[in-house]
Write a new protein. Structure first.
Length: 336
């Protein structure tokens, strides 16, 4: 009996280690090739080529960029807090990878199925804000500190409407289990939560609020206040060089993948087929990268907003609408 338990424990450890390696590779691959996609999509919009010299169609450009970052030295300027300066990039990338471990990519492809998966994601996703803030503060650069302060105020403002929307979804599904939320959306596409108008006629609005908050939480344009080159040089990352900057870069794309994955699970049926046939990971990835393409599209369509307009959008518009949506969902669920 003890031998059997010991073998099962070893197999579980091996399984988790393989999933960890796979998630790190998945995050690195997305950081590399979403950066290429980020340059190719606007080149199509602007009738130009984009990267095309390194590899066929520029497919090896991310590899060249990665090699360049790896060969650059990490410099720590005089007066900086060395420990926090070097720790901050890890505090940004690790929570994103841990959150991806709870995402159900298919019926069986779930690194760690947790009953409270939604709470786990929102708990760990808050840590990356601390990492970015510490990175700016430890740099001993006034522009980096100012950018870090903007990040904190921006994330606090936009986490509130995002939480309210998620609470409304959990009222409909009666669970925090991401796998169960996907199972409840099985069948044709009108079973997806975004179309559950009988529970709340404002469900499409809930998705829009969540999408806007995701853009702000991941510091994407038009909400990229943490960088704002015309005002803050390179924001909280001004003093970072080499692969330390590359880790921040990877974390940004990992959080984009996480946000779009969460939208896919909460609103678009996860790995379920829109036609009720052949569900699987291919549907999840198709929805995921479709949403990511929209995120890139928005970046190259709308200009950066002024900082006070950014905060007013959350506190004066999104939060009131999210509260109305939550109350309406509560009433409709109670009636039904």
């Amino acid at each position: 009996m003890m031998t059997l338990l010991h073998n099962e424990f070893i197999l579980e450890i091996i399984r988790l280690m393989l999933y960890a390696v796979g998630l790190i590779a998945f995050a690195a691959f997305n950081a590399a090739y979403l950066s290429l996609l980020e340059r190719k999509i606007p080149s199509w919009f602007q009738l130009r080529y984009g990267p095309k010299e390194v590899g066929w169609w520029g497919l090896l450009q991310p590899v060249a960029d990665g090699i360049k970052l790896l060969t650059k030295q990490l410099l720590v300027q005089r007066g900086a807090d060395v420990v926090l300066f070097k720790l901050a990039p890890m505090m940004v990338i690790i929570p994103a990878i841990m959150c991806l471990a709870t995402i159900p990519f298919s019926e069986t492809l779930v690194p760690r199925n947790i009953n409270l998966g939604l709470l786990v994601i929102f708990s760990f996703s808050a840590i990356h804000i601390i990492g970015t803030m510490l990175g700016g503060w430890a740099s001993r650069n006034k522009y980096s500190v100012l950018a870090a302060a903007r990040i904190v105020s921006q994330n606090v403002a936009y986490e509130i409407p995002m939480f309210l929307v998620v609470i409304a979804v959990t009222l409909i599904t009666h669970t925090f289990d991401l796998q169960e939320i996907v199972h409840q959306q099985a069948g044709f596409f009108w079973h997806w939560n975004v179309f559950q108008l009988q529970h709340n006629p404002l469900m499409p609005l809930s998705f829009i609020i969540f999408f806007i908050c995701m853009l702000a939480e991941t510091n994407r344009a038009p909400f990229d206040m943490y960088e704002a080159e015309s005002e803050l040089i390179a924001g909280a990352y001004t003093e970072y060089s080499g692969m330390a900057f590359g880790v921040f870069f990877m974390a940004e794309y990992a959080n984009i993948v996480l946000g779009c994955s969460l939208m896919t699970v909460l609103f678009f049926g996860g790995w379920q087929s829109p036609f009720g046939l052949f569900p699987g990971v291919h549907w999840f990835l198709l929805k995921l990268y479709g949403l990511i393409c929209v995120v890139v599209w928005i970046r190259w369509t709308y200009p950066r907003v002024q900082f006070y307009s950014l905060l007013n959008l959350s506190w004066k518009i999104l939060i009131p609408f999210a509260l109305v949506n939550l109350v309406l969902t509560s009433v409709m669920v109670k009636i039904l």
